[in-house]
Design a protein around this ligand. Structure first.
Ligand code: DGT
Ligand code: CA
Ligand code: CA
Ligand code: ZN
Length: 606
């Protein structure tokens, strides 16, 4: 069982306890245990083999340790089951709605016995909620918006969750050793899409003749994967099942000779496949999941690898992330596909939090973990005071934090640590900290965390004002979307990108899997307009730093190349490429002498 799954069960217990009216200390202890498990650097299943190691963790007592062990053994435990006898399981869906917390869900349940999303939706539509304490007309609207998001997102998963599950499945299936040739994730996961519907795995069989019995044995082993909830199909070509976490998995069994054709087909997207097939037909071929063949006589001409199929279709190889039929086939035909960014080209990470605000680790711990990922620099960017729930820093604390970061950096951590801030963009577009303080930071990242429902014109003006502030260097998670939970802010993206370009402000691609913001289409738009991108993880713990790879995948989906991304630059060049601080005369002057106000937009990486 994955840490995240155990954490989810503990967190749900906390929420159910809160609904149940438990004392705050009681439900908080489950919440804290959930957070702890979620951010453990190793599998909790390993740790839990030794009770003493579990109880050595902060905040985990004997009872919590028992709970965790029971969850690991049975997938659930007594307390949660007891609570779910009292309250319907669907209350947990209600809790996922952006605008409803446990207190409000409890009130809805007590007042109307409303326990499903549909019931609450109806109450909001019928204007029955506005008179409840803590609700109003605006909350009814917000609930209806959240219901829309819920409906759109049910049955889909965040990419890191799908990725982890796929990894575990591949490990499990690989135990078959020589009985199989290979097992490869395909579908939307391989394309790096922001959320994943189901998992598609391709399993190739060894070349030697295999009998029905061999295939049976393979299926038997696959279905021993722990966490299978129900088997949906079992045949000689396909094994499908649902997992306890709600995810569905299709495993296709195929001959080695078809590997390329099958990988191409099951990677998709469907739109890419359709366009590719039509090109094949025009060239006198047919293309299916088994091979590319001649139309007449159906003689196979390619199928072992994707490369040979693209080549026969007179196309350059198209990386999976580009396969959405948004111009990649035309570009491949004309040899003008971008040379996509690769993970190894990133040199640093420019947004992360520490215990100074809502992060779980210290400056030193973040630095050590980033260094282990071979980063050359990081920026520590804790929150500013407006974000009270995240313990944001005021001017005084920010100055202390700058000192702390500089001191740590001066001690030498094997990686350069920049002093940064994630400063809040207030409702009117002003930044949340004084200019004198902003002037002292190496990296100023600005972002919105409040008044997220402003109408389009107001939100556009707000972001324009933030970009025009001479201290702003990077706009973080620009649209504020939370995948499967919250729609993006409404604003005029093209105007914002134009302003960013004009003022030399970079746009963040936030790699945190709940965000992936900017998204692919906006990244492409930004690139076309000469706006630079920074890829950052927005880590709140050392383990989050690994999310950088999802950012790289999204960047590739946005057609980005090394030159489009500022944190591919060595440190000195990065600092020179970020918008210069007001008063940073020497650098600005040097730039002017070089004739390049386009220093940010047009700089070539070394
Ligand atoms: P998902 O699972 O919703 O995140 O998205 P995908 O892209 O993984 O879609 P899925 O699982 O339905 O199918 C996997 C791949 O199989 C898909 O990307 C392309 C291929 N495929 C599925 N159905 C069709 C179809 O009707 N026509 C064609 N040409 N390809 C299909
Ligand atoms: Ca899929
Ligand atoms: Ca599928
Ligand atoms: Zn943020």
């Amino acid at each position: 069982m994955e840490n995240r799954e155990v954490a989810r069960i503990l967190r749900e217990t906390a929420q159910l306890l809160e609904i149940d009216g438990a004392m705050i200390g009681r439900y908080r202890s489950y919440e804290r245990a959930a957070e702890l498990v979620e951010t453990l650097p190793e599998p909790v299943a390993e740790l839990a083999k030794d009770t003493a190691r579990l109880t050595a963790l902060p905040g985990i007592g004997d009872r919590m340790a028992e709970h965790i062990q029971e969850i690991l053994a049975k997938g659930d435990y007594g307390l949660r089951q007891k609570l779910l006898k009292k309250y319907p399981h669907t209350l947990l869906d209600l809790l996922t709605l952006q605008s409803l917390g446990p207190k409000k869900v409890a009130l809805l349940w007590r007042t109307f016995k409303a326990g499903t999303v549909e019931q609450v939706e109806k109450l909001a539509r019928d204007a029955k909620l506005r008179d409840l304490p803590g609700f109003g007309e605006k909350s009814e609207q917000n609930i209806l918006k959240a219901v829309e998001v819920f409906k759109k997102s049910s049955g889909r998963f965040h990419i890191h969750k799908a990725d982890e599950t796929a990894h575990r499945l591949v490990t499990h299936i690989s135990e078959l050793g020589k009985k199989i040739e290979s097992v490869t994730p395909a579908g939307s996961l391989r394309r790096g899409k922001e959320t994943i519907g189901d998992l598609d795995l391709l399993l190739t069989l060894p070349a030697a003749k295999h009998t029905a019995k061999d295939i049976d044995a393979i299926a038997d082993h696959i279905l021993k994967y722990p966490g299978i909830d129900q088997v949906l199909a079992r045949g000689e070509n396909k094994v499908s099942f649902g997992l306890a976490n709600g995810m569905q998995v299709d495993v296709r069994l195929l001959e080695k000779e078809s590997y390329g054709a099958a990988l191409l087909y099951f990677t998709g997207s469907k739109e890419h496949n359709v366009a590719l097939r039509s090109r094949a037909n025009k060239m006198g071929f047919t293309l299916n999941e088994y091979a590319l063949s001649t139309l007449k006589g159906e003689r196979p001409v390619a199928g072992k690898s994707e490369e040979e199929i693209y080549a026969k279709l007179k196309l350059d190889y198209i990386p999976p992330e580009l396969r959405e039929n948004t111009g990649e086939i035309e570009a491949a035909a004309e040899h003008r596909l971008p040379k996509l960014l690769s993970a190894g080209e990133l040199r640093g990470d420019l947004q992360m939090h520490t215990t100074a605000s809502d992060g779980k680790n210290s400056i030193e711990e973040m630095a050590a973990a980033a260094r282990a990922l071979a980063h050359q620099y990081i920026a520590i960017t804790d929150h500013s005071k407006a974000v009270t729930v995240a313990n944001g820093m005021d001017e005084k604390r920010t100055l202390e934090q700058i000192k702390k970061i500089r001191a740590a950096d001066a001690r030498g951590l094997g990686i350069r640590v920049l002093s940064g801030i994630e400063v809040d963009i207030l409702k009117d577009g002003r930044l949340d900290l004084d200019n004198e303080v902003l002037a002292q930071l190496d990296v100023v990242v600005a972002s919105v965390h409040s008044y997220m429902n402003l109408e389009r014109a107001a939100m556009t003006e707000r972001l324009l004002a933030a970009i025009e502030n001479p201290y702003t260097q990077i706009i973080a998670h620009p649209t504020g979307r939370l995948l499967l939970r919250r729609d993006p802010f409404d604003f005029d993206m093209e105007r914002i990108l134009d302003a960013a370009r004009k003022h030399g402000v970079a746009m963040e691609l936030n790699a945190y899997p709940d965000r992936l913001d900017l998204k692919d289409a906006y990244l492409h738009l930004a690139k076309d307009r000469g706006v630079k991108i920074v890829i950052s993880t927005d880590s709140h713990s050392t383990t989050n730093l690994n999310f950088i790879r999802y950012g790289v995948q999204m960047a590739r989906r946005g057609w980005l190349e090394k030159k489009d991304v500022l944190n591919t630059l060595p440190l000195e060049q990065l600092l020179a490429a970020l918008r210069p601080k007001p008063g940073a005369v020497s650098r600005a002057a040097r730039r002017a002498a070089g004739g390049a106000r386009s220093a940010v937009a047009g700089r070539k990486p070394a």
